[in-house]
Design a protein around this ligand. Structure first.
Ligand SMILES: O=C(O)CCC(=O)C(=O)O
Ligand SMILES: [Fe+2]
Length: 215
């Protein structure tokens, strides 16, 4: 590539009202710790109805693998549940709240419109194999209007929100709240081999979104 994006300065940035990008928010060690946590939780529920899985969307299967913590989004009918067929949804790890608080405090310095605090009642851990993305959608499952805190680890990916594009790299945090809480967004094609060494991820990308569910 002619220009290596990681070599360019990436200051904190307001992408649109209520959307803030905080590049390099997590140190490599923090990223590695989150990867270990996610992997341990995924292993602990493997083979159960609350396992990390690729859900069906419409006629196809998602390319990303999803693991729900705290609450699980069940279908038929759509509802948030705490257990599936007697298997408890794994809890949100204790350290997530502090991370969300720190991300939000930093994001508010860039744009107050992101909104106030969240109680991290649920977290979604997505794993994107190289090349995988997630189609555009609105995060509408939570009744709470509090902001969503999103963390990226591993391969770079292009995040799109209402016509804007943000390159998310390993360690980046992104917040969408306030007027952008129900904005349409998606990610396109995790870029194979772009993740740094030292995260513990051999390939692909992990995204963790932390959310408040109830008002
Ligand atoms: O992977 C990302 O950066 C976005 C994930 C997302 O939009 C979601 O899980 O709802
Ligand atoms: Fe989303």
């Amino acid at each position: 590539m002619l220009i290596d994006a990681s070599a360019l300065p990436r200051p904190p940035k307001r992408i649109m009202p209520g959307v803030v990008h905080l590049p390099n928010f997590l140190q490599l060690e923090q990223q590695a710790e989150l990867v270990v946590q996610a992997r341990e939780i995924a292993r602990s529920v493997a083979g159960t109805p609350v396992a990390m899985r690729r859900p069906m969307v419409g006629k196809g299967q998602m390319k990303a693998y999803l693991l729900s913590l705290g609450w699980f989004w069940a279908t038929n009918p759509y509802r948030l549940v705490r257990q599936v067929d007697g298997y408890a949804v794994p809890p949100v790890p204790d350290n997530f709240q502090g991370i969300a608080d720190r991300v939000l405090a930093a994001a508010r310095e860039v744009d107050e419109a992101v909104g106030q605090s969240i109680r991290v009642e649920t977290a979604l851990v997505n794993f994107y194999p190289p090349g995988a993305g997630m189609g555009e959608h609105v995060d509408g499952q939570e009744e709470a209007e509090n902001p969503v805190v999103s963390l990226s680890i591993g391969d770079d990916i292009l995040f799109r929100i209402e016509g804007r594009e943000v390159l998310l790299m390993s360690g980046d945090a992104l917040v969408f709240g306030g007027p952008a809480r129900r904005a349409r967004h998606g990610v396109a094609g995790a870029r194979a081999g772009t993740g740094p060494a030292g995260t513990g991820l051999a390939e692909g990308r992990i995204n963790i979104t932390m959310r408040q569910v109830h008002r």
